[in-house]
Design a protein around this ligand. Structure first.
Ligand code: AMP
Length: 105
């Protein structure tokens, strides 16, 4: 199966403005921002969408929430507020089929 564009970013095959990385996930700036701060938080594990998570992913998903919380603080989004979105399925607007969270503030 062909790699998703986010897998190619994780594998450093294509560039992205990476702002955070740890052993479980990567965060980078959205190439087509819909807000003054628009980040994407992506697990390194290949999971297509929220519909494809399993019980084994429970701690990974909790970790992603903590990373999102920390990035929101780092980018000073607390006062103005922020949104966290994941599109699940083409009908909801998902265009990259590798689980990701939009952080927008
Ligand atoms: P979604 O529509 O929820 O699947 O979100 C995919 C997001 O990925 C969109 O907001 C795109 O602007 C963004 N995107 C696509 N390709 C890249 C890329 N190479 N680097 C950064 N963001 C990208």
């Amino acid at each position: 199966m062909e790699k998703s564009i986010f897998q190619r970013i994780i594998d450093r095959e294509i560039p992205a403005e990476i702002i955070y990385e740890d052993s479980l996930c990567l965060a980078f700036k959205d190439a087509n921002p819909q807000a003054s701060t628009h980040l994407l938080i992506v697990p390194k594990k290949e999971i297509k969408s929220l519909d494809d998570i399993s019980v084994e992913d429970e701690s990974l998903l909790g970790h992603l929430q903590l990373v999102i919380r920390d990035l929101a603080r780092e980018f000073e989004l607390i006062d103005g507020g922020y949104r966290v979105i994941t599109n699940c399925g083409a009908g909801a607007g998902q265009t990259v089929f590798h689980l990701h969270y939009h952080l927008m503030g």
